[in-house]
Write a protein that binds this ligand. Structure first.
Ligand SMILES: [Zn+2]
Length: 138
C-alpha cells in the first residue's frame, strides 16, 4: 500500500472525511471521484458532521473473521446532521437501548486487533448522544 493511500485512509477513519459535489452539493462517504447524482467529477473533500440520528439498525450475531469476539454488535444506518447517510457500528450501548431516531455522535474506538502482528486498528463508531442532565437521573 502506498503511503498516500494509507494517509487517505487515516483521514477517513479519524475525521469522517467524505466528498461533496461542487455542482449539485451531494455529499458522499466514503469520498468518491465522481458524483453519484449528477455524474460531475468536480468532487471536493468534505468533513462530515460528527453527529446525527439512527435511521435503522440491526444486531449482528455472526461476525466476519477478526470481529468474532464482539458479537452480537449493533450496526446502524445513521443520517448525519447534513443529511448524509453512513453505516457504522454502535458502541457504549446494548441492543435494548437503541431506538430509531436516537441522537448519536462519533467516537474513535478500537475496531480489531490484527494478529499475529499485533497491529491495533482504530476507526470511527457512533455512540448515544446524552442529553443535558441525562447522567444525573436519581
Ligand atoms: Zn453532483
Amino acid at each position: 500500500m502506498s503511503s498516500a493511500r494509507i494517509w487517505r485512509e487515516i483521514a477517513q477513519r479519524y475525521r469522517l472525511q467524505g466528498s461533496k459535489c461542487a455542482k449539485c452539493g451531494t455529499a458522499t462517504f466514503p469520498p468518491r471521484s465522481s458524483c453519484p447524482k449528477c455524474r460531475s467529477s468536480e468532487m471536493k473533500l468534505y468533513l462530515l458532521p460528527r453527529s446525527g440520528k439512527i435511521v435503522t439498525y440491526s444486531l449482528i450475531h455472526s461476525a466476519p473473521d477478526r470481529f468474532e469476539t464482539n458479537v452480537p454488535y449493533p450496526v446502524a444506518l445513521i443520517e448525519l446532521d447534513d443529511g448524509t447517510k453512513i453505516t457504522s457500528q454502535l458502541t457504549d450501548c446494548d441492543g435494548s437501548q437503541i431506538t430509531v431516531g436516537m441522537p448519536v455522535e462519533m467516537t474513535v474506538r478500537r475496531i480489531r486487533e490484527e494478529s499475529p502482528s499485533g497491529i491495533i486498528v482504530y476507526g470511527y463508531k457512533f455512540r448515544p448522544k446524552l442529553k443535558m442532565g441525562q447522567q444525573k437521573s436519581t
